[in-house]
Design a protein around this ligand. Structure first.
Ligand SMILES: [Zn+2]
Length: 392
């Protein structure tokens, strides 16, 4: 610790308590001697902290086996977090669906659910979210006073310091919309918001199959196309406090007109609506599910149409490689099969591009959007804030 800023001892005490609590939670069990070893704190301090945490019912001892051959003497006692100490709610929403998870303090999921949005209007969506949280807290018998906080993955452009959605055109009225305060007022608890792409990216990084990559660029495809870049577990945040608006990266100045007013944005080719309008002529394709079935059945008309989309995707990824050079890309969408095909075709195109392929390994993965992954990512916003810098 440097000596620039003297820290008052109560702050140090709280910081050390949270440090130990976080270690116990992360390790899913820890003894006092292990805690002393990891933290370098003196055993009497560790003993005091464990006593305080146990008195506050934040941790509890679990029985452990004595080492073989040892009949007498003190057994090391392992402590785990009390799962009922706190509960956390995670929400992720967009114009069509709302996902919810409730997790206990140990990280166990008590409930996960996805519901359709009744009406794509700002106030209506907020009251639907409030109702959904109330009903699931009730169904899981989660006492509201034990809710540590609510984390929300929001669509569109977010100002997460202000707690507002700056702009999300697919839900009417979502302009400079103070979503954090609206939800916080309803539950009188702390609410944390972030861009949904970031929430999904953090969660895929922590719990998903992409966790082996220490730098990962996640592309989230729904009615829009968003992005988030994670390097060494940290989320890249740009100057104006939003996630990466990669959907509006243009790959063709004479390309399709985009909703943002520009031409050739990748969103104008890769969003769900764009994909569906491209394959509209192919028999009976009206939904992502239909499109997925056509890909699985090897519908040649559809597959050759998607080849053009893959060329756009390849150009977009080429630009992102120049900027971020991630170890891997992960495309999260409602159809893993469709985007696996697009990812494979884009990777094939880029392999032939020696300027890129000689310098970079090209790994493009596809994963299905899962409500639980998104919801857990949102709930982690609360946990990160709880264990983060300083104390609350
Ligand atoms: Zn655009």
């Amino acid at each position: 610790m440097d000596d620039a800023q003297p820290i008052r001892s109560p702050d140090v005490r709280v910081m050390n308590e949270k440090l130990i609590l976080r270690l116990i939670r992360q390790n899913q069990g820890l003894s006092q001697s292990e805690a002393a070893q990891i933290t370098g704190l003196k055993p009497p301090s560790v003993f005091r902290i464990f006593t305080v945490l146990e008195e506050r019912k934040l941790i509890m001892p679990v029985p452990t086996q004595a080492p073989k051959g040892v009949k007498k003497g003190r057994r090391p006692v392992t402590f785990v977090v009390n799962p009922d100490a706190y509960y956390v709610v995670g929400i992720d929403f967009w114009s069509k669906h709302i996902s919810i998870v409730i997790v206990d303090f140990s990280g166990r999921t008590l409930c996960r659910d996805v519901v359709a949005v009744d009406k794509a209007e700002a106030e209506a969506v907020v009251s639907q979210i409030v109702q959904l949280i109330r009903s699931r807290l009730k169904a899981t018998r989660t006492p509201q006073k034990r809710v540590l906080g609510i984390g929300i993955g929001c669509p569109g452009m977010i100002d997460f310091d202000e707690g507002t959605i700056r702009h999300y055109p697919r839900i009417s009225g979502m302009v400079n919309f103070p979503i954090r305060n609206k939800i916080a007022e309803a539950f009188r608890t702390d609410v944390y918001i972030h861009n949904t792409s970031s929430v999904v990216a953090l969660s895929e990084y922590s719990y998903g199959f992409a966790k082996e990559y220490d730098s990962l660029l996640v592309i989230l495809v729904r009615s829009g196309v968003g992005g988030a870049f994670i390097s060494d577990g940290k989320l890249f945040v740009n100057h104006n406090k939003t996630a990466l608006e990669i959907g509006h990266m243009s790959v063709n100045i004479e390309g399709r007109k985009c909703k943002c007013g520009a031409r050739g944005c990748i969103e104008a080719y890769l969003s769900e609506d764009a994909l569906l309008s491209d394959v509209e002529k192919a028999d009976g394709i009206r939904s992502i599910e239909d499109l997925e079935a056509a890909v699985i059945n090897g519908n040649t008309e559809v597959i050759s149409e998607l080849r053009k989309t893959a060329e756009v995707l390849a150009l977009g990824i080429r630009n992102l490689i120049q900027l971020f050079s991630p170890k891997a890309f992960l495309i999260v969408s409602r159809s893993k099969k469709v985007f696996e095909l697009l990812a494979d075709q884009a990777a094939e195109i880029l392999q032939k591009d020696s300027y890129v392929s000689e310098r970079e390994s090209i790994i493009i993965l596809a994963e299905e959007y899962r409500a639980e992954i998104a919801g857990k990512g949102a709930s982690d916003l609360v946990i990160d804030a709880f264990f983060g810098e300083g104390s609350r």
